[in-house]
Design a protein around this ligand. Structure first.
Ligand code: SAM
Ligand code: DTB
Ligand code: SF4
Length: 336
């Protein structure tokens, strides 16, 4: 359901424990709160990107320590997917530092998608802006999710990115939907935006119809050499509030703590999971920056009694449809 920025800002202003209670109640109503979904990321084409996203270490306009690499081979990608599966991931996400893929790139990524699917993993790709017909080609190869973030509010967007517009992003999201793919769409906080901008992002996400199935909330990783490297860090409880507000406004979406977990204490992460986050990226690296080790994550999930969701269970939930498990008036989901 669409929320106005003002209404979302109102939620942010609730007393911290009221907000947490409200978010956890919504979470409990729609999901098994003791379950977490795990995705693994692989950068299939690193660095040298022509775009100017101020946060990104892979833009060729910024001087970072990222080494440019060409598109990986299908064998390299499959080896990484097998390792991800062995470490407990249910979804394998491939990221490419492109403004958007060329036709030959789509063909190569389509081959990767088909092979990964055969391993029994869900697939996700984030390749930038998609042109006419490209989302359909990816869907035909068996892609489950396409990740494309709105990143921030429409008002703050221009301060961070100049080479593509908010409307360009909305157009790609519409193409992804039209092709029948599931949408993974979120943003980044901690870039120096105001609380109103964070509310504006969540309002935009909640206005997507239907809302994204998956919502990554990235805490800016401040990479030396990027224009945003010196921004002050976000106050940790404000991050928890952002997760809680996202959970309330996007009750049926998986909310993922994406970038920025490295550097968060176990206690802070636990608060985020209580507030409604139920997905993470696992693996020692995200695309180019560090992430907590799989061992550390597994130890934390064990301490919090969080069990990982299987792709099969997720698929069953989605085919059951909104009336079955996601309706506002439905009973809490049966526990596995
Ligand atoms: N090039 C494609 C695109 O921009 O759509 C796909 C890859 S891009 C790296 C995917 C997302 O990563 C971005 O939309 C942004 O939200 C996130 N991201 C990039 N750098 C980040 C950083 N330093 N901290 C947090 N999130 C970041
Ligand atoms: C998303 O929202 N976050 C991921 C994924 N989608 C592709 C990327 C995070 C990148 C963090 C910076 C890096 O590792 O280069
Ligand atoms: Fe390129 Fe994506 Fe990084 Fe922007 S976020 S510079 S489009 S890789």
């Amino acid at each position: 359901m669409a929320h106005t920025t003002q209404a979302v800002e109102g939620l942010f202003a609730h007393a911290f424990f009221d907000l947490l209670f409200e978010a956890h109640t919504v979470h409990r109503h729609h999901f098994d709160v003791n379950e977490i979904q795990i995705s693994t990321l692989l950068s299939i084409k690193t660095g040298g990107c022509p775009e100017d996203c101020g946060y990104c270490p892979q833009s060729r306009r910024h001087h970072t320590s990222v080494q440019d690499e060409p598109l990986l081979s299908i064998d390299e990608v499959l080896a990484a997917a097998r390792r991800a599966k062995a470490s407990g991931a249910g979804r394998f996400c491939m990221g490419a530092a492109w403004r958007g893929p060329k036709e030959r790139d789509v063909k190569r990524v389509a081959e990767m998608i088909a092979a990964i699917r055969d391993l029994g993993l869900e697939t996700c790709a984030t390749l930038g802006l998609l042109g006419e017909g490209q989302a359909e080609q990816l869907a035909e190869a068996g892609l489950d999710y396409y990740n494309h973030n709105l990143d921030t509010s429409p008002e703050f967007y221009g301060e961070v990115i100049g080479t593509r517009t908010y409307d360009d992003r909305l157009e790609t999201l519409a193409r992804v939907r039209k092709a029948g793919l599931k949408v993974c769409c979120g943003g980044i906080v901690g870039m120096g935006e105001t609380r109103r901008d964070r509310a504006g992002l969540i309002a935009e996400l909640s206005a997507l119809d239907p809302p994204p199935e998956s919502v990554p909330i990235n805490l800016l990783v401040r990479v030396p050499g990027t224009p945003l490297a010196d921004r002050p860090g976000l106050e940790p409880f404000e991050f928890v509030r952002t997760v809680a507000v996202a959970r309330i406004c996007l009750p049926t979406s998986r909310v993922r703590i994406a970038a920025g977990r490295e550097g968060m204490s176990e206690e802070l992460q636990a608060l985020c999971y209580f507030a409604g986050a139920n997905s993470v990226f696992a693996g020692d690296v995200l695309l180019t920056t560090p992430n907590p080790s799989v061992t550390a994550d597994q130890a934390l999930f064990a301490k919090l009694d969080l069990k990982t969701s299987s792709p099969a269970a997720d698929r069953a939930e989605q085919t059951a449809g909104p009336g079955a498990t996601h309706g506002v008036d439905s009973e809490p989901r049966a526990r596995a």
